[in-house]
Ligand binder design. Sequence first.
Ligand code: UTP
Length: 478
Amino acid sequence: MQSIDEIRRRLKNQNQEHILRFWDELDDDKRDKFLRQLSTIHIEKVNDLFERADSSFKQLEKTYLDEKMKPIPPSQFQSEESCSPKTLETYRNLGLEEISNGHVGVLLMAGGQGTRLGVSYPKGMYSVQLPSGKTLFQIQAERIRRLQTLAKERTGESGRIPWYIMTSGPTDKATLKFLAANKYFGLDPDDVVIFKQGLLPCFDFDGKILLDEKDSVALAPDGNGGIYRALSQNGILDDMEKRGVKYIHVHSVDNILVKVADPVFIGYCKSKEADCGAKVVKKNSPTEAVGVVCLVDGRFQVVEYSEITENTAKLTDNKGDLVFSAGNICNHFFTVDFLKEIAKNHEEKLKLHVAKKKIPYINDDGDLIKPQKPQGIKIEKFVFDVFEFTKKFVTWEVPRKSEFSAMKNADSEKKDCPATARSDLLALHKSYIEKAGGVVKCDQVEISPLLSYDGENLEKRVKGKVFNSETVLDPEEA
Ligand code: UTP
């Protein structure tokens, strides 16, 4: 541990000495705790990160990317809806075989603080009040279990899908406790690997580090692009290698429709020999505030809505479709070799983004202030910023209604919130039942992921039946 004099000298050199302004009032225990925290913060590096993030933010505010953008070439794009059933079946079987071979892992990004949703616990523990009461974690774990069964049915060999879960300081303890208390929702605990991403100090708009207590620097997770550093620092890449995992499906925690380890997506990426793939959905409208996957100066990138002019966002091709329509949904395929390459050669170069947020802080009077509007800055890396380093990148477009409904906001926003997540899932389940010959007369019929992953295996349970009231179809009833 460094001495307080040494830390003070370095903070002073870096114009951050104000974080010690309450030092004289602290008792020995608090001083000790604070000193331990300060010793883990490399202040010169942290200031440098702020400078880099701030200057690229200011640069972005001034420039639009329109001139440099090109749509995804057709050879690197495929749409599920325009694929023949035979091709889809080929991809699916390939994916299931890779699962059986033990080559597929899932990496769930669950380190975000969910500030827009506004609950005090990790988002994965959220229940959107489905008839079963299941949380997002449970739904995702059960989808993995069902896939393991499907892979066994296909090949006779049961593959295990390791579930890597990235947490962060704010979400780690509660996640660990919740999953253990629920016995990992039936997954083998050896196949559930939980690891923490890094934290970075938070700043005010002038680059001054914020305190969240008189003896504690306000820290926040370093964005979902923190996975690359976290994967190597926590020995997760080695774990993947040891288990023989070759392909990883990475996704966000808050998409209730996510097809975890989707065999079709994996089969598609594998058959194209891709090192990196992105699932995308068609943008709803030119002005939808979603990032689009495209080429910028010949390299793949996600371009945010704010980085292009409305004219470019509205561009259409000769069929009347949007030219830049590949909406990014935080749903990716990576080979483990590619992840290793990123960790080794590119992680340090990843872009840094400025996120302006409401960050509670201690003011000069020593009072805790909870701001009503964004007044602070978190520095974040984004998971998709590695696209520019791929050698073979592919995109797989899927229908929004069956694959994407993100829970970002509280219900008061009426958009991308628990209520929409719930109704989107139940609408999808209704469509599965109707396709299998059943009739759903109330919108309260839920299918357990243990019974059906994406609509299969339902006929004998629903054909010719009418569902008039709240029902959960689960395998035990069979
Ligand atoms: P979002 O960017 O939507 O952030 O995360 P969030 O934390 O869920 O919500 P807000 O912005 O605070 O309201 C997209 C995915 O990336 C993960 C989230 O857990 C989510 O699955 N994430 C985000 C991390 O794992 N780490 C981070 O540092 C940030």
